[in-house]
Ligand binder design. Structure first.
Ligand code: GLP
Length: 218
């Protein structure tokens, strides 16, 4: 695990990896939402990199047509996509079922960026998700709904379902970077990366990946 000095340093170091990936021919990236990647996206926008040949897949999104400002599509648009020269046709969200086979079967993702939920979820693969899981609709746990309620006016406004990329799909990525920010994530990080590999802790599957790095700052 790489421990960074502060939150901006976390964003910068992961931005270095993204920059390197964007220099590959037709790079393919899996991108996360949440609070953790915000400094990364800010840094990427500042660097003014060439996204013209890149394809991105987002990890997850809520199932709820009524939310707008809290949708992950909106988040990505506001924090990254509208500021860079990515081709809109190359941006994929898992809410579109037509995209599922493309995500699940061998698109050859170069880099997958992940955050981690307080209960060890990655994307919206909640505890108990099969290590063989592919893209699908899921019910969110009470803990996740509570954690994510900070982005909504009230807890009752938080969607209870989402579409998520599966664990098997995430593991097909050539390289994975897990980002975590804040001491409250330290315990789950330790359990996930050093504890038993079990479906009860979805992020523990990452121990089986050959090229995974963890970037943390408190
Ligand atoms: C949400 C997202 C995850 C994200 C997690 C952590 O539940 N579905 O993809 O990793 O929250 O978010 P944060 O970075 O805000 O702690």
């Amino acid at each position: 695990m790489k421990v960074l000095k502060n939150y901006w340093e976390l964003g910068c170091r992961v931005a270095d990896i993204v920059e390197h990936t964007l220099a590959l021919p037709e790079p393919k990236l899996i991108l996360p939402t949440g609070s953790t990647p915000l400094s990364l996206y800010k840094e990427l926008v500042n660097r003014d990199l060439d996204w013209s040949t890149a394809t991105t897949f987002n990890l997850d999104e809520y199932v709820d047509n009524t939310i707008q400002d809290q949708s992950y599509r909106y988040f990505m648009w506001e924090n990254l996509f509208k500021h860079v020269n990515i081709n809109e046709d190359n941006i994929y969200f898992p809410g579109d079922t037509a995209v599922w086979p493309q995500m699940d079967y061998g698109v050859g993702v170069d880099l997958c960026l992940l955050g981690i939920g307080g209960n060890g979820h990655i994307a919206f693969n909640e505890p108990g998700s099969s290590f063989e899981s592919e893209t699908r609709m899921v019910d969110l746990t009470e803990e996740t709904i509570k954690d994510n309620s900070r982005f909504f006016p009230t807890i009752d406004d938080v969607p209870t379902q989402a579409v998520t990329m599966g664990l098997k799909t995430i593991m097909k990525s050539k390289k994975i970077v897990l980002m975590a920010n804040g001491e409250q994530k330290l315990n789950i990080l330790n359990v996930a990366m050093n504890g038993e590999i079990t479906e009860t802790v979805p992020a523990s599957i990452l121990q089986k990946h050959k090229n995974v790095k963890v970037y943390y700052c408190d």
